[in-house]
Ligand binder design. Structure first.
Ligand code: CA
Length: 242
């Protein structure tokens, strides 16, 4: 498949390294050495992925990311951050980045992340198809989004309205990491500080209903220091004989 990647990175060595190593994965790579140039490319052309450095001249990576998301540009963004602080990672995800890597990173790891993002896009197809999709099946869990019914290995699971909304949100975006406040925004429609425990308690209840072992979840995974994600491909569930 024809893929195109926009790399916004001011360090020439890194930009060159990315260009060389991503050639096999895509047919077109566009390099931008500052934030404003990167924004201009992202607004004028369609890309399948944007690799975005956080510290940039012209316009910072976070600002660029916020800008694009504000214009309903949902091209996947892989953020590169030189700082390993939890705050930066959380901020990046809050601004709408899909994944992040902390510098210095291994080029093999980066290539693996890019492949994972492309795989996810293939599974999801384009967003509108996904939104229309009524049935979502992930591992043993099946959602009927019109009837708002969930079955686990064929048996109906009783969920509250919010538990269903949360599960649907996760299942529509497998592999994507969400912070608690992003989940509040998307599922509850507000992001009040201090309400993160609402997310935690709903996740605990969902896990008790759909996970074989809620202490070792196969579907709703904890991303330490950041939040949660829904498994791309759930870990093989143990046959409990039930
Ligand atoms: Ca930089």
């Amino acid at each position: 498949m024809e893929r195109s990647i926009l790399v916004v990175e001011d360090e020439q060595d890194i930009a060159h390294l990315l260009e060389v190593n991503l050639q096999d994965l895509c047919s077109r790579i566009v390099l931008a050495a500052d934030g404003l140039q990167g924004l201009a490319h992202a607004q004028s052309q369609q890309f399948d992925l944007i690799i975005l450095d956080l510290k940039l001249p012209g316009m910072e990576g976070l600002e660029l990311c916020r800008h694009l998301r504000g214009q309903a540009n949902y091209t996947p963004i892989l953020m590169l951050t030189a700082r390993s602080s939890e705050l930066d990672r959380v901020l990046g995800l809050e601004m709408g980045a899909d994944d992040y890597l902390t510098k210095p990173f291994s080029i093999r790891e980066l290539v693996a992340r890019v492949k994972a993002i492309f795989r996810r896009m293939e599974v999801l197809g384009n967003k509108t198809t996904v939104e229309r999709c009524r049935q979502i099946q992930v591992g043993d869990v099946a959602l009927d989004t019109e009837r708002r019914q969930v079955t686990l290995r064929g048996s109906l699971v009783e969920l509250t309205a919010k538990e269903f909304d949360l599960l649907e949100h996760f299942a529509r975006h497998p592999g994507r990491v969400y912070t608690r406040s992003q989940l509040l925004d998307s599922v509850w429609g507000y992001g009040h500080d201090g309400y993160e425990h609402t997310v935690n308690s709903h996740i605990n209840r969902l896990r008790s209903k759909i996970e074989v072992d809620p202490a070792e979840p196969a579907y709703i995974l904890t991303v330490w220091g950041v939040g949660y994600k829904f498994a791309d491909t759930p870990a093989k569930t143990v046959n409990t004989g039930t």
